[in-house]
Design a binder for this molecule. Structure first.
Ligand code: ADP
Ligand code: GLC
Length: 486
């Protein structure tokens, strides 16, 4: 990002992001990447951008220096707790980073996956508002992300305790509407005392539904791609009618990627001698592919088709075992498959069980590994994304920046970012259904394309020149903020 992007901002705003994840502090998926990048680009445009997230026990916490900026206390039902807000000292991420600690509740190793996640994130949101209510001034906008922080618009508007800041404008970004944070009504006691006539603003289908509440109460709602917003009106895990009703305040803004972090020319996760640019991509990619083939016992001469991601139904991960064995059977053993992911124990077990069938053409790494993911984006020939639902998807954009052809199902953000190479100006492989036959046809096309060296090189060049940076999207976010500032 050069200085040309830094413009004199006429109306500088103060924006407070509230998120469960932020790369490189703590990341479970794409939410982390977006929360670690968007505030930086907003700051570069002259806005004062702050992000507050839970203080998990991460490497980043111990590797950086912090100032204590606030100590407070509050309650979750009849459990009283104390909290501390610390601020990173050196602005290492390019924006103001705050971590909020509630002893015993937030200071854990993982981001999610605990039985008391509802309590953890409800307490976090209460503490964030207690803290903001103590500021000498107010931010212009509070921007919350996904269900973990989506009770904030309700709490601001209707909890008596926050009456002093009730007019703060809020924006909710939906990264994934599959997860909504449902709670039974017995948990209503966790929410600070509110105007009881407004209970309906918490409810959807007889439960407390934090995501639905956020959609009802936020001033504006954004989704992470325009196509995903269209799809939510007929496929949103029960919220279809709500999206139709609230469509007037919803806008789809495509995610960007952090081109500083994801840059094959200077990616610190790649060996120095394996880094490459569009001009020497062939040699650079070959070195990374060789590294992967040695590590995973794969055949360098065959096309390398990879998958990176959460092994869950949304990503079509359950289809992978059948896609791999059917491709071997129908297309022939003319390609390698390499899987990096973790998630459903069933899918993990099936992928592990397939290792013995490998003829130096299949392997899987079950787990989360940031370094390996970068080497795969750099060394793979193709990246498979057979998603059933994909609100935006960052993997396909990372893969294109690293000269790897994405093989995507036409859905959500995948539809908005990948054009099939058979279409004018196209560069990817697209298919319509998350079905084994359709995906295998894509595998067959990938093998064909791989052997057409000239075409493959042309596609690689084209992909690496595409611009998926944040510059356009960040301006759309600014328009959204401006529309809610009172
Ligand atoms: P989602 O947020 O739905 O998981 P995205 O495509 O938006 O999907 O982002 C996924 C992010 O998580 C990418 O940065 C991807 O590289 C990373 N990722 C997913 N699974 C793994 C894994 N097992 N190891 C390393 N990185 C992973
Ligand atoms: C979610 C979505 C993914 C999106 C990411 C970042 O996790 O599943 O498609 O790219 O958020 O917005």
């Amino acid at each position: 990002m050069g200085n040309s992007f830094t413009t004199n901002c006429i109306n500088s705003m103060e924006l407070l992001f509230v998120s469960a994840e932020c790369y490189p502090v703590a990341k479970a998926g794409g939410l982390g990447d977006v929360a670690g990048a968007l505030p930086k680009y907003l700051t570069q445009l002259g806005h004062v951008t702050k992000l507050v997230m839970p203080m998990y026990r991460t490497k980043f916490l111990y590797a950086n220096q912090w100032d204590v900026v606030h100590k407070g206390s509050s309650n979750l039902g009849n459990w009283w707790f104390e909290f501390t807000v610390i601020k990173e000292k050196t602005n290492v991420l390019g924006f103001d980073l705050y971590l909020l600690d509630i002893n015993g509740l937030l200071d854990r190793e993982k981001v999610y996956g605990y039985d008391d996640d509802s309590e953890r994130f409800t307490a976090f949101q209460i503490a964030v508002l207690e803290w903001v209510a103590n500021w000498q001034h107010q931010p212009d906008v509070i921007h919350v992300h996904d269900h973990h922080t989506a009770l904030i618009p309700f709490m601001l508007k209707y909890c008596y305790r926050f009456a002093g800041i009730k007019n703060l404008p809020t924006v909710l970004t939906i990264h994934n509407a599959e997860y909504q944070g449902w709670m039974n009504w017995d948990k209503t006691i966790f929410i600070p005392q509110y105007d009881i006539w407004k209970w309906g603003m918490l409810e959807w289908n007889n439960k407390i539904n934090p995501l639905a509440s956020g959609i009802k109460c936020a001033d504006k709602v954004t989704t992470v791609s325009p196509s995903y917003l269209d799809e939510l009106k007929y496929m949103s895990n029960g919220l279809e009618a709500l999206f139709e009703y609230e469509k007037g305040k919803c806008v789809g803004i495509l995610n960007g990627i952090d081109t500083n972090v994801w840059d094959p020319q200077q990616d610190p996760y790649l060996k120095a001698e394996n880094r490459f640019s569009a001009n020497n991509s062939e040699g650079g990619k070959a070195k990374n592919k060789m590294q992967l083939c040695e590590q995973f016992d794969l055949d360098f001469d065959k096309p390398l088709i990879c998958f990176i991601g959460r092994l869950v139904g949304e990503k079509g991960a359950d289809l992978l075992p059948a896609v791999i064995s059917d491709s071997f059977y129908h297309v022939g053993r003319s390609m390698n498959f390499l899987i990096l992911g973790s998630g459903s124990p069933d899918v993990e077990a099936q992928l592990n069980m397939m290792t013995p069938i490998s003829n130096n053409d299949y392997n899987a790494f079950i787990g989360y590994n940031e370094t390996l993911s970068h080497v795969i984006y750099a060394g793979a020939d193709f990246l498979l994304m057979p998603s059933r639902v994909e609100p935006c998807g960052l993997n396909q954009m990372y893969s294109m920046r690293y000269g790897t052809v994405p093989m995507v199902r036409r859905t959500g953000g995948l539809k908005d970012t990948v054009v099939d190479y058979g279409e004018p100006g196209g560069y990817g492989i697209c298919y319509n259904f998350a079905a084994v036959g359709d995906i295998c046809h894509g595998v067959w096309r990938a093998v064909e394309l791989y052997h057409n060296k000239e075409k493959m090189a042309g596609i690689r060049r084209k992909m690496m020149q595409l611009d998926f940076g944040w510059e356009t999207s960040v301006k759309q976010y600014i328009s959204v903020y401006e529309s809610v500032v009172r």
